[in-house]
Design a protein. Structure first.
Lengths: 113, 117
């Protein structure tokens, strides 16, 4: 029972490079989310999805893109990395129930230099 | 607007002491959910508890207990007889219903708890 799996765990990017953060869940959750956590701060929502083919912006979407072709996968794309995107990124999933708690992945620590 | 305030940035206690982590929230919703998550030094986020706005009963789970008071918009978390393994950052979060029906968790800035042996 893997839950939510994120890869990679760590990455260093140069300014202007692109990369995709992978996220897969095996719990058949409809809802998936990407958050970023800056040092000393709580998590902020980047993008979310309520099902395959449906995505929407969260609080801090600029500089990111997402896609949801399957229920299981929800990758996050950084097109032109900037130092402001240095953060820890968490993927999460939940049932389609407002009271459902999230299951989080273990996080990806990204540094842009 | 939705807001979660965890005024205690860092707390240090000696092992076996009790400690309470404060959480105050603001919401425009009449129906909402509150959560606590633990983030140990390893970095993952661990779900601890969920409470809906219609259930003001306090809850106890082992050494953990939660006090939900709508009148003061607070959802405080107490650890009894703290242990070194309790050292972590603790986040309080409030559900925020998005337009599509999905559920954004609006997080506080966290309280770093250090339990000294």
């Amino acid at each position: 029972n893997a839950g939510v799996t994120q890869t990679p765990k760590f990455r260093i990017l140069k300014i202007g490079q692109s990369m995709t953060l992978q996220c897969t869940q095996d719990m058949n959750h409809n809802y998936m989310y990407w958050y970023r956590q800056d040092p000393g701060m709580g998590l902020k929502l980047i993008y979310y999805s309520v099902g395959a083919g449906i995505t929407d912006k969260g609080e801090v979407p600029n500089g990111y893109n997402v896609s949801r072709s399957t229920t299981e996968d929800f990758p996050l794309r950084l097109e032109l990395a900037a130092p402001s995107q240095t953060s820890v990124y968490f993927c999460a999933s939940s049932y389609a129930d407002r009271g459902s708690g999230y299951t989080f992945g273990s996080g990806t620590r990204l540094t842009v230099v | 607007a939705q807001k979660v305030t965890q005024a205690q940035t860092e707390i240090s206690v000696v092992e076996k002491e009790d400690v309470t982590l404060d959480c105050v929230y603001e919401t425009r919703d009449t129906t909402y959910y509150l959560f606590w998550y633990k983030q140990p030094p390893s970095g993952e986020l661990v779900f601890l508890i969920r409470r809906n706005s219609f259930d003001e009963q306090n809850e106890i789970s082992g050494r953990y207990s939660w006090n939900f008071q709508k009148s003061t918009s607070s959802f405080n978390f107490t650890i009894t007889a703290s242990q070194v393994v309790d050292s972590a950052v603790y986040f309080c979060a409030l559900s925020d219903l998005l337009q599509t029906g999905a559920n954004n968790l609006f997080f506080g800035t966290g309280t770093r708890l250090t339990v000294i042996p």
